[in-house]
Design a protein around this ligand. Structure first.
Ligand SMILES: C[S@@+](CC[C@H](N)C(=O)[O-])C[C@H]1O[C@@H](n2cnc3c(N)ncnc32)[C@H](O)[C@@H]1O
Length: 234
C-alpha cells in the first residue's frame, strides 16, 4: 500500500498525461473550432446551472470523461439535469462533442482542460453527482501525488456535493483501488460508502454504462473492474 505523502493534483497545479494524440479529422477539427465555443464552460467566474443553462437544475460533473460516452449516456437519460465534463485530451473532447451533437444534448457543457480548475469555481453544495471513472492510475509510488483520488481533490469533491449527493468512482487498477480506499477512509465524516456486500463493488450499478476504456480493460486485458458509490453526508 502506498504511504500517504504530501501533495496531490490540487497542489501540484499542473497537468500530466497526454493532451493530444492523432491529428484530428477535418470534421472533429470543425467541431472543436465551431461547436465547442457554443457549449464551453466560461473561462472565468462562478460556474452555476443558471449561468450555464439559463435556469436552475440538478448539476452533474464528470472528471476526465475520456471519449465522453458515459457523460452523453447520462445526459440523455436525465434531460432535465445539467452536465459538466472536463477533459484535457483534445481527441477525447472532439469525440465527446460528436456524441453531444449526434444526441442533440442541450444539457451538456464541456471544459477542455483541468477538471479541478472548473470544480473550484462551482459553489459549495451545488453538485448532485460527480463521476470519476478510471482516472489515470499513475501506479508508481513516486507518482502517487498525481492521482486524482487524493486528499485535495476528494476534499474539493466533498465541498461541492450537496448533502445526499453521490460520488461515483470506478477503477480497474488494483494499486489505485487500494490507494483510493485508503484515501476514502480519511473522509468517513464526509462520505458514506453505499455498500451492501461484494456485489456492490463487483457488479456495475444500473445507469453506469461501460465506456470503451472499461470494455478494453475487461475484454482485452482481462482486468476486474470495481465500482464505488459514496453518498455525501448531510
Ligand atoms: C484512463 S482515462 C479514462 C477516461 C474515461 N473516464 C473512461 O472511463 O473511459 C483517464 C482520463 O482522465 C483525464 N484526466 C487526467 N487528468 C485530468 C484532469 N486534471 N482533469 C480532467 N481530466 C483529466 C485523462 O486525459 C484521461 O482521458
Amino acid at each position: 500500500m502506498t504511504a500517504h505523502k504530501e501533495g496531490d493534483p490540487t497542489t501540484l497545479n499542473r497537468l500530466y498525461g497526454r493532451s493530444q494524440g492523432k491529428p484530428l479529422r477535418a470534421y472533429q477539427q470543425q467541431l472543436v473550432e465551431e461547436f465547442l465555443p457554443s457549449i464551453a464552460v466560461p473561462a472565468e467566474g462562478l460556474v452555476t446551472a443558471e449561468r450555464l443553462f439559463g435556469f436552475d437544475c440538478p448539476l452533474h460533473f464528470e472528471i476526465g470523461f475520456g471519449a465522453g460516452e458515459h457523460m452523453a449516456y447520462r445526459a440523455d437519460l436525465l434531460p432535465d439535469h445539467g452536465f459538466i465534463g472536463a477533459e484535457p485530451f483534445l481527441n477525447g473532447v472532439a469525440q465527446a462533442l460528436n456524441h453531444v451533437k449526434e444526441g442533440n444534448l442541450g444539457n451538456v457543457r464541456i471544459h477542455h482542460g483541468d477538471a479541478l480548475e472548473v470544480l473550484a469555481r462551482i459553489p459549495d453544495g451545488a453538485l448532485t453527482m460527480l463521476y470519476l471513472l478510471h482516472p489515470d492510475p499513475w501506479p508508481k509510488a513516486r507518482h502517487a501525488k498525481r492521482r486524482m483520488m487524493n486528499d485535495g481533490p476528494v476534499k474539493l469533491i466533498a465541498d461541492k456535493l450537496k448533502p445526499g449527493g453521490e460520488f461515483r468512482f470506478g477503477t480497474d487498477h488494483p494499486v489505485y483501488l487500494r490507494h483510493a480506499l485508503m484515501v476514502m477512509r480519511r473522509f468517513t465524516d464526509e462520505f458514506e460508502w453505499t455498500v451492501e456486500g461484494p456485489k456492490s463493488w463487483q457488479v456495475r450499478p444500473s445507469g453506469w454504462p461501460e465506456t470503451r476504456y472499461e470494455h478494453k480493460a475487461r475484454n482485452t486485458y482481462g482486468h476486474e473492474v470495481w465500482y464505488f458509490r459514496f453518498r455525501r453526508r448531510g
